[in-house]
Ligand binder design. Structure first.
Ligand code: ZN
Ligand code: ZN
Ligand code: ZN
Length: 116
């Protein structure tokens, strides 16, 4: 049941999303069961987890999840970073997936700064 629903997930999802899908089909599963299920999957490397805006996202595929966060307006954008060759030399274990948070000043704030 949970396995079947999980297979339908092709993008990032939260435990709450997953919980709602399950509830539509079969009301009686508690959110704690969902968390336990997903955490087990993360341990087995069949699901990967990321943190986004203080929420935990899950994905079945090894995706990358990276943010560019403006230090002035705090706006957070998703960026697509694919090449992590520069990291491979720094890490002695095996890389599964990665998540990067890059801080800086967004274009909007750069323009505002120039006015002063
Ligand atoms: Zn992973
Ligand atoms: Zn994110
Ligand atoms: Zn900004």
């Amino acid at each position: 049941m949970l396995e079947e629903e999980l297979k339908k997930k092709t993008t990032f999802f939260t435990a709450e999303d997953f919980y709602q899908d399950i509830q539509k089909k079969k009301g009686k599963i508690g959110i704690a069961t969902i968390y336990r299920f997903l955490n087990e999957k993360v341990k087995n490397h069949t699901v990967h987890s990321y943190s986004c805006n203080r929420r935990t996202l899950f994905s079945r595929e090894k995706k990358t999840h990276s943010h560019f966060i403006c230090e002035i307006c705090k706006e957070q954008k998703h960026v697509n970073i694919k090449n992590i060759d520069f990291l491979k030399n720094e890490i002695s274990g095996e890389i599964c997936h990665f998540q990067l948070d890059v801080s800086g000043i967004c274009e909007k704030c750069l323009k505002n700064e120039k006015r002063f």
